[in-house]
Design a protein around this ligand. Structure first.
Ligand SMILES: [Zn+2]
Length: 179
């Protein structure tokens, strides 16, 4: 999922501002860096939920004004700010959404919302297939493919690799001769 943070109206930031800003909110022709700085905080964000997110979209007046890859959260009292780096042209998320209508627009007036976007699928974190509990972009943490296979050979074939290979071949419709 992606995190969408909507900018409100341009207004002076309440001082002292935890991110050192003089103003927050949207104004016309703001740069991506300005949109990011105005929109990345501070919000009542759930650390556990955000930890599963990879990208943040900052919107102003219903249009995506900046997109960043989430690096973490900084804590400011009972609120948090997203830390990360802005994406640039050439990144699939940027090319699909920058300067386009908010893809997560909904009836809710909440500035903070979450949603699934098809372009983030290749970047989505998922639990490693070996069961170690680490999150990765691909199916396995590097090297854990072997670990996953070895643990199955150990558990179900008493560590006998030939028995495992023979069993796999028998499951395949062509008898495993394709290789
Ligand atoms: Zn693993």
């Amino acid at each position: 999922m992606a995190l969408r943070l909507a900018l409100g109206n341009y207004r002076p930031a309440k001082q002292p501002d935890p991110l050192g800003r003089d103003y927050i909110g949207y104004f016309p022709r703001m740069t991506e860096a300005e949109a990011w700085q105005a929109g990345r905080g501070v919000w009542p964000l759930d650390q556990k939920v955000v930890a599963r997110e990879r990208f943040t979209l900052i919107t102003g007046q219903g249009v995506v004004r900046a997109i960043a890859e989430i690096g973490g959260l900084s804590v400011h009292g009972d609120k948090k700010a997203v830390e990360g780096r802005l994406l640039a042209p050439g990144h699939p998320m940027y090319d699909a959404y920058f300067n386009r209508p908010d893809p997560l627009a909904n009836a809710s007036r909440n500035s903070v919302t979450y949603g699934d976007l098809p372009e983030e699928e290749p970047f989505r974190l998922r639990p490693c297939g070996c069961g170690c509990g680490q999150d990765v972009e691909r199916a396995f943490v590097p090297g854990h493919e072997l670990r996953a296979i070895q643990s199955r050979v150990r558990e179900h074939f008493g560590g006998d690799v030939l028995a495992f290979v023979t069993w796999v071949d028998k499951q395949l419709p062509d008898g495993g001769t394709a290789a």
